[in-house]
Design a protein around this ligand. Structure first.
Ligand code: HEC
Ligand code: HEC
Length: 179
């Protein structure tokens, strides 16, 4: 993973609450400015942590960028890995601790992001900002076998595993580019 997050995503996530109401075009305008605030793994230790996270949390689905949820959501996930969306995703204690710290360190600082009418969201795909960004994506596009669910970001975002979600990189299976 070269960058943990790129450009337009950074714009959306790091703008704090503002992105919830911002016009879509704004992402492009400010992307360079905001991308400079994105953390990247630098030291060998950080790189090893990202590799561990990618291996363990990328085994069944892509390893989601921590910036997509606040710490409280990640903590909830990490505290319920024995029943993780009906799977067992438990880790050995040392890895568990490393990954939980990694997620907490790089989480969104915006707690409001995962507010589900008082409950704390576990899913990126159920958060209000996500729903808003994907409101024009039809149900058929998502439920088709090549995608299955919104959890499979990389089925449509061809550079998602590299942390890049730019519109020009979107290819929806059986539909093509997003214009
Ligand atoms: C044993 C398989 C497995 C492993 C390992 C696993 N997950 Fe998952 N995860 C799932 C399944 C299944 C879902 C639900 C996918 C769906 O709805 O299509 C899921 C969904 C998620 C979602 C919600 C995606 C959305 O809809 O926004 C998050 C966040 C998540 N996992 C985080 C993690 C983290 C963090 C780890 C590592 C600690 C991890 N997962 C490891 C199986 C796994
Ligand atoms: C079915 C295909 C599909 C899946 C699966 C999907 N997306 Fe998207 N996503 C889109 C489309 C299409 C857009 C552009 C929507 C628009 O502009 O109206 C988009 C927009 C975005 C944006 C905004 C990009 C920008 O430049 O403004 C982000 C960030 C994003 N998606 C993240 C995710 C994440 C994270 C996941 C997985 C948890 C995911 N998406 C799953 C199709 C998908």
């Amino acid at each position: 993973m070269k960058t943990l997050l790129n450009l337009s995503v950074a714009a959306m996530l790091l703008a704090g609450g503002a992105f919830l109401y911002a016009d879509d075009d704004e992402h492009e305008e400010h992307e360079n400015h905001r991308s400079s605030r994105v953390a990247q793994p630098v030291t060998p230790q950080e790189k090893a942590t990202v590799a561990l996270y990618t291996k363990e949390c990328g085994a069944c689905h892509m390893a989601y960028q921590p910036q997509f949820l606040p710490k409280r959501s990640w903590d909830k996930t990490m505290n319920t890995l024995d029943n993780h969306f009906s799977t067992d995703a438990t880790l050995d204690p040392a890895d568990h601790k490393t990954i939980q710290n990694y997620l907490a360190t790089h989480a969104s600082k915006n707690d409001r992001m995962s507010d589900m009418k008082g409950a704390v969201a576990l899913r990126i795909s159920e958060t209000p900002y996500f729903v808003r960004e994907h409101r024009e994506v039809t149900k058929k596009m998502v439920t088709q076998p090549e995608v299955k669910s919104f959890a499979n970001c990389n089925a449509c975002h061809t550079q998602a595993t590299n942390g890049s979600y730019r519109e020009r990189e979107i290819r929806i299976p059986n539909y093509g580019r997003w214009e």
